[in-house]
Design a protein around this ligand. Structure first.
Ligand SMILES: Nc1nc2c(ncn2[C@@H]2O[C@H](COP(=O)(O)OP(=O)(O)O)[C@@H](O)[C@H]2O)c(=O)[nH]1
Ligand SMILES: [Mg+2]
Length: 345
């Protein structure tokens, strides 16, 4: 076993910091580390927190950390938000927010650069989550700005995606990217102390109702397709969820909160917990987990195959490109020939 893996599994704080850096740098050696750690992962509740800049994600994460710590759970945070001034567990300018947890050994905060990720930001994030999971963080929060495709992809790393909205940010539902809304498992309408929160809630309700109709239609057309935001008891299920089994079909509940004052946090924590049970205990939840692992394996396979093909064929690929450019061959036949050549090896 990787010596670093042993130390991470022994809850060594310095080792986890090194492991995360190692995995983030993706120099190649990190794969063995991840292999050693993988059998010890799968225990954490991974929660993606996304939403437009200024919606209150960091403030809300701070409150969530506080709530989870009160439950006695250890927390890991990956901040993939370039505007969140975290740095390697120490917070630079954000002391009032997550900063107060920086000295708590049960909280590990790490910022992740959004640039220069070989193999993609979401793969990096997924691997870093596994390091934290193996280290023993029981809840892992990934804060990400829901603006780019990369950031939305990251939410697929999480078991539960919390989308944070706020009134008066110009991020009312219509203006928001459909991508963020589609990945939502739970909605927080933050800044409920401001005007417009109720109208944001109504917009979301309407959007979910409309989405439910179109998704139900799509689901009846393609049987077996996994639909996760779908008709169901939604917020009512959360209220009635104590001990009861989670609903088979998940509807994203909408919860109002005021992160700055810590209001509405308990309900939010409960909704996140019920969603986790949905993921783990229902058929639909299991199907979604399987789908995501399938995506990861296929993505890995695609990358490995391309790498192998490029290193095996090398110059032949360039020659094929030139031949297509000179219209001596069509790109379809050129690709077929390259594949034949690669297979023949
Ligand atoms: N009025 C009000 N302001 C809030 C609330 N939550 C966060 N803020 C403020 O909104 C600003 C942006 O918060 P931040 O957590 O950095 O948002 P992020 O960019 O989504 O991470 C900060 O000035 C916060 O103090 C809230 O519930 N009500
Ligand atoms: Mg932030």
């Amino acid at each position: 076993m990787h010596e670093l893996a042993e130390r991470i599994l022994a809850h060594d704080l310095r080792a986890v910091a090194r492991g995360l850096r190692f995995v983030d740098d993706r120099t190649g050696g990190h794969v063995q580390l991840l292999k050693d750690l993988f059998p010890h992962t799968g225990k954490a509740h991974v929660i993606g927190v996304t939403g437009n800049p200024g919606a209150g994600k960091s403030t809300l994460c701070d409150r969530l950390i506080e709530a989870f710590r009160k439950e006695g759970k250890t927390v890991g945070v990956l901040a993939v938000d370039p505007t969140s001034p975290y740095s390697g567990g120490a917070i630079l300018g954000d002391r009032i927010r997550m900063g107060r947890h920086a000295t708590d050994p049960g909280v590990f905060i790490r910022s992740v650069a959004t640039r220069g990720h070989l193999g993609g930001l979401s793969q990096s994030a997924r691997d870093m989550v596994r390091v934290l999971d193996a280290y023993g963080s029981e809840v892992i929060l990934i804060e990400t700005v829901g603006v780019g495709q990369d950031e939305i992809e990251i939410t697929r790393t999480a078991a539960t995606t919390l989308v944070v909205m706020a009134p008066g940010l110009g991020d009312d539902v219509q203006a928001s990217k459909a991508g963020i809304l589609e990945c939502a498992d739970v909605f927080a309408v933050n800044k409920a102390d401001r005007d417009g929160a109720d109208s944001t809630v109504r917009d979301l309700e309407l959007m979910i109702a409309l989405g439910t109709e179109t998704m139900a239609a799509a689901a009846s057309k393609s049987r077996g397709h996994v639909v996760h935001s779908n008709v169901g008891p939604g917020s009512a299920a959360i209220a009635a969820a104590d001990g009861a089994p989670p609903p088979e079909r998940w509807t994203p509940p909408i919860l109002k909160c005021v992160a700055t004052r810590g209001e509405g946090i308990a309900e939010l924590v409960k909704a996140l917990a019920v969603h986790r049970r949905w993921v783990e205990e229902t058929e639909a939840g299991r199907a979604r987990r399987e789908l995501r692992l399938a995506e990861e394996v296929r993505e890995g396979l695609r990358e490995a195959l391309i790498e192998a093909a490029v290193s095996a064929l090398g110059e032949k690929i360039d020659a094929a490109v030139r031949a297509v450019g000179a219209r001596e061959v069509d790109p379809y036949a050129a690709t077929e020939r390259l594949i034949e050549e690669f297979r023949g090896r």
